[in-house]
Write a protein that binds this ligand. Structure first.
Ligand code: ZN
Length: 138
C-alpha cells in the first residue's frame, strides 16, 4: 500500500470564508500516483471545517446566514469566551459543518457525485491554519 501526505496552509483575510480547495486536492492525488484508494482531507483546527457541497455563490451565502442564526458571533454570547477568547461561535460552526471528508480515488481521480466540490470553511481566520491531505491505496 502506498501513502501520500500533503499540507495546505491558509491565512484568510476575513474571519469567515469558504474556499474551494478541489484543485489542490486533485493535484495531491495526481502527485501521489495512487490509482485506487481513499483520500482524507481534514481541517487541523477546531474553528475550521472541510466539507463537500456545490460551488454555488447563493448556497454559500445561505450557509453563512444559516450558521449565523445557529451560532451568531458575539463575545458575550458564549461561556467559552469567558476564557478570554472571542471564537465560541466558530467552534460551534465548525462542529456543524464538519471536520473532514473522505473521497474515493478511482482510476487516479477523485470519485465525486454530481456537483460535489471540496471546501475549506474558515470561521476564525486571519491567522495561519492548515489542512491535512492523506491519500492511501495502490
Ligand atoms: Zn476557542
Amino acid at each position: 500500500m502506498k501513502s501520500y501526505t500533503h499540507t495546505l496552509w491558509f491565512n484568510t483575510k476575513n474571519r469567515q470564508e469558504f474556499i474551494n480547495i478541489t484543485p489542490q486536492v486533485e493535484e495531491a492525488v495526481k502527485k501521489s500516483g495512487i490509482k485506487e484508494g481513499l483520500c482524507l482531507v481534514s481541517a487541523m483546527h477546531i474553528t475550521a471545517s472541510v466539507f463537500i457541497n456545490d460551488d454555488e455563490a447563493g448556497l454559500h451565502e445561505d450557509f453563512s446566514a444559516w450558521l449565523e442564526k445557529l451560532a451568531p458571533f458575539g463575545k458575550d454570547k458564549y461561556k467559552h469566551n469567558l476564557s478570554g477568547e472571542d471564537n465560541g461561535d466558530a467552534h460551534l460552526k465548525r462542529t456543524v459543518m464538519g471536520r473532514e471528508v473522505v473521497v474515493a480515488v478511482t482510476e487516479g481521480k477523485l470519485d465525486f457525485g454530481p456537483w460535489e466540490q471540496i471546501f475549506y470553511g474558515e470561521f476564525d481566520g486571519r491567522r495561519r491554519k492548515r489542512v491535512l491531505i492523506k491519500i492511501i491505496g495502490e
